[in-house]
Design a protein around this ligand. Sequence first.
Ligand code: SAH
Ligand code: SF4
Ligand code: F3S
Length: 450
Amino acid sequence: MKIDYIRPVFDKTTPRFYIETYGCQMNVNDSEVVASIMQKAGYSITKELNDSDIILINTCSIRENAEQRVWGRLDVFRQEKKKRPEVRVALIGCMAERLKDKLLENQVVDIVVGPDAYRDLPKLLAETESGQKGINVLLSREETYSDISPVRLDKNGVTAFVSIMRGCNNVCAFCVVPFTRGTERSRSPQTIVGEVEELRDKGYKEVTLLGQNVDSYLWKPENLNFAQLLEQVALAVPQMRVRFSTSHPKDMSDEVLVTMARHANICNYIHLPVQSGSTEVLKRMNRKYTREEYLERIKKIREIIPDCGISTDIIAGFCGETIEDHKATLSLMATAAYDFAYMFNYSERPNTKAARHFADDVPEHEKTERLNEIIALQNRLSLESHRNELGKTVEVLAEAYSKRSDKDLCGRTAQNKMVIFPRKNYRIGDTVLVKIVSCTSATLKGEALD
Ligand code: SAH
Ligand code: SF4
Ligand code: F3S
């Protein structure tokens, strides 16, 4: 029996779905694509787990603990199903692709759908009506969901993600993404620009173009590369901010940097994951650049875009990493003077090159010790980077109320630095000139100029 009394009468016939997302920005954007597919199929969205007929969980496999969190959530969904046995659970995304039908052994999971099979969700859901379980984890060489207009779930109405490609053709030894997302394919520039213009028309102020390796974007019919796409987008929406992520050090071209310098609305910010500062480790990681080549890229960025914000990703304790390798990472960080970093302990992922060829031989406590040193150094570098902003006037796009108080707004500078300032008469979506008066390693604080 369905418990219908909690629903408004007019909505009685519309089944509802609830969606939770883990993992990277691409997954966030995928959930928006999924929401669009579900709405077209006649489902409506709810923010309440206990008000849903269908629970979707969009998962991540990047590290062991990302998967652990999902297992934890499945326990919660099990409780929900105990209360309301008619609820169905669909596990989608990277974990679906990695573990496939093994997931169906878990009683709480009704449907398993991989990242390239989301169009099949409504059909699979319909099949579960008769108590069947369903699975589609086929990867595709073509699917880019380019005709689907994502339903924006994060409703700030100011910033949005647009995927420009899917999959990844690199084989970084530690990484599960090529297995979960399949081969790389680029989306047509027409549909990308169309989606960005649609966002502009809805009042959005900033767009982030997404891909695992944006520099290898290539639209073959027109031989259009990433720098050219970036330029097209920047020209199409001159009043919007344009960002992108992620750049790969082996592929990031001077042409991209020059394009950034040429267009004021392309934010001066680059996320350039280094992973390690040791050429030996980089080689084992199969990253295809040396420490020196990476630092040369940093130098070039600073040359062409002097005020560019730069962030990175770092892995502590990869297979065979010595203390000298670790020290090389610390010294590279100091030289690069990163504004921000995402930092992780190495987590072995089944079937990756590293899992097959190298021993995960840095003890856990040692990884954590190295990670803590990396984090401590980055905190100092971030503080330094923020101190350099003191007394300056910066342009901030207000994205939200500050977490602490709705009397304050928060938003980011072009360099991606978070700024908090008293709201006065400004509103979310305004671009505000803010004079920076104080800082921590995490945020800048300032006063809006009238
Ligand atoms: N495409 C991006 C990275 C995507 S994954 C790039 O090439 O840089 C995001 C980050 O997760 C990676 O940059 C890496 O730092 C981290 N990561 C990936 N696999 C990992 C693993 N097995 N253990 C720890 N961190 C990992
Ligand atoms: Fe993973 Fe490397 Fe591809 Fe990034 S470039 S998604 S780290 S394989
Ligand atoms: Fe995770 Fe998949 Fe993204 S493994 S980081 S959600 S591409």
